[in-house]
Design a protein around this ligand. Structure first.
Ligand SMILES: *Cc1c(COP(=O)(O)O)cnc(C)c1O
Length: 387
């Protein structure tokens, strides 16, 4: 692909990034201590409304630690959608637990109806814990993933999981900026409803620290424990006493400095993301056989990534042919993730009535959605879609 090609999701560095990073370098505070780590945590907590935010090296490590903090033990089982980036599934395995894969809904998210049916019909509550009737294993947690920035509808799931003592760990890695505008959680940001929630600041996400993540929680003791575990579990930092096995997962000051500057840019980024969504929406609806995937009306969406749906009988090209033609025109697009229950490490794991996810994967294509995408390039993309 040529160098001036249109990328799927580029970072936008246009604020105080240079200034704050230079400050770290000038002051010699480059590693995991320094004012920006604390400041970034405070600012993320402020923005999302989470009581506590704990910075991590990436979103995957945030998920790994959050599942451990949620009480997931080796031999447990954890419910997760099959249609998601693989990171939350791997995080379940890092904790020695096994995934149970669920289907997707119209927004590519965890199918809540089927998940509730599964919990009601396929599990039992015994001595205060939920057990899988089929495997006899304890189901200790569930990971709703807010894919592409689409909020998962959590009202009913939270109620049932409370009754069943199943901890909710939200994967909000793609949905910073998305909040509910209806229901029980109106006004609440994704990632702040479960026992714990996780964000990612990878280069392709809505804001970036190069690599980085954040654990969100409303529980002070979990927050303290998260900080303890992510900084090598030091019980006495001077005499090197460790009473647990921790991790070296703390974000560095340089990365956090980038994060603080990026967070200042977030309102502008979100505004542009909405314009891009509106543009795609209004232009693509005029192309026979193509449509832009709908986003939930119960939430204010961050529109991190836009998805094209292709009806290949009407459009005369299938997903693969269209992807290739876009690439020849210097436009990068990507299919939706291969379903996790079909991935080599997870073949043989349990899955429940997976139907819709398969259809979504076959007919969808992620469109370039960077906030620094020019109007000229947007027009170019749509003109190639027009054939
Ligand atoms: C990016 C992403 C992650 C992992 O975040 P990293 O910071 O890349 O480790 C996890 N879940 C989802 C849904 C993601 O998109």
């Amino acid at each position: 692909m040529p160098e001036n090609s249109i990328q799927l999701s580029d970072p936008k560095i246009s604020g105080n990034e240079w200034k704050y990073v230079k400050e770290c370098l000038d002051s010699n505070w480059v590693s995991s201590a320094g004012k920006y780590v604390d400041l970034f945590e405070e600012k993320i907590a402020d923005y999302t409304g989470a009581k506590h935010a704990i910075a991590c090296v990436n979103g995957t490590s945030a998920l790994q630690v959050s599942l451990r903090l949620a009480g997931v033990k080796p031999g447990d089982e954890v419910i997760v959608p099959t249609l998601t980036f693989i990171a939350p599934v791997n995080a379940i395995r890092y904790n020695g637990a096994e995934p149970i894969f669920m289907d997707a809904d119209n927004y590519y998210n965890l199918d809540i109806k089927k998940t509730i049916l599964y919990i009601i019909n396929e599990t039992v509550l015994k001595d205060g814990y939920t057990y899988n009737k089929n495997s006899d294993k304890r189901i200790s947690a569930i990971v709703p993933v807010h894919v592409w920035g689409n909020a998962v509808w959590l009202d009913k799931l939270v109620m049932l999981c409370d009754e069943r003592n199943i901890a909710i760990v939200e994967d909000a890695c793609e949905s910073l900026g998305t909040f509910y505008n209806a229901g029980k959680y109106k006004g609440k940001h994704t990632g702040t409803i479960g026992k714990l929630g996780c964000l990612s600041f990878n280069g392709n996400k809505i804001i970036t620290t190069g690599g980085g993540g954040m654990i969100l929680t409303g529980d002070e003791s979990l927050s303290e424990k998260a900080k303890y575990l992510t900084t090598q579990a030091k019980d006495d930092p001077i005499r090197y006493v460790h009473n647990e096995i921790g991790y070296n997962f703390r974000l560095t000051n340089i990365q956090a400095a980038l994060g603080v500057a990026q967070l200042e840019q977030l309102p502008g980024i979100l505004k542009r993301k909405k314009e891009i969504y509106d543009f795609y929406q209004s232009t693509i609806e005029n192309i026979a056989g193509l449509s832009l995937s709908k986003v939930p009306d119960y939430a204010h969406n961050n529109h991190w990534l836009n998805l094209l749906q292709i009806d290949s009988k009407v459009y005369n090209e299938d997903r693969e042919v269209l992807m290739k033609r876009l690439e020849e025109n210097g436009i990068q697009t990507r299919p939706v993730w291969k379903l996790n229950h079909e991935q080599k490490p997870y073949k043989g794991c349990q899955y429940y009535k997976v139907e819709k996810a398969k259809k979504l994967v076959d007919n969808s294509l992620c469109l370039p959605s960077s906030s620094n995408l020019s109007n000229e390039n947007l027009n170019k993309i749509v003109s190639v879609l027009n054939g």
